[in-house]
Write a new protein. Structure first.
Length: 135
């Protein structure tokens, strides 16, 4: 399984580094992207239509179980996530070249979640990263 390596004091790292913690979940397979939110949540995306959510990421270590597994309705290959200041969540679908947005509070418990909006990113092929620029 893929692992997420966590190092303390990242801005001071230099030379050979041993991680302080290693987070693993057998359900991931190869992880394409992770997102760590200000609310101490880790989201992992493995290029399927699923997003794995873990609460209390600052305390996670070793083999873990997700707090929630989110199935994105209509999704195919989720490759990135960003969360705006207002709580709107954005997901990128690499194979469909869609950007899904979810209103604040709609990404919660396990199960199928329906995007609030879907944007077809015309001219963009196989997007794998996403950033939100706030005004």
């Amino acid at each position: 399984a893929t692992a997420v390596y966590v190092s303390d004091g990242a801005s001071e790292l230099d030379g050979s580094v041993t991680p302080a913690r290693v987070i693993r979940d057998e359900a991931w397979g190869p992880v394409l992207a992770i997102h760590v939110g200000d609310d101490d949540r880790l989201f992992a995306m493995n290029e399927t239509a699923q997003v794995f959510r873990y609460d209390g990421v600052s305390d996670l270590d070793g083999d873990v179980e997700p707090t929630a597994v989110l199935d994105i309705e209509g999704g195919s290959a989720i490759s990135a996530m960003a969360i705006a200041e207002d709580g709107t969540t954005f997901l990128v679908d690499r194979s469909l070249a869609y950007i899904y947005s979810f209103d604040p509070g709609t990404i919660g418990t396990s199960g199928t979640i329906v995007p609030s909006r879907t944007a077809d990113s015309v001219g963009i092929r196989a997007p794998i990263r996403l950033a939100v620029r706030e005004p």
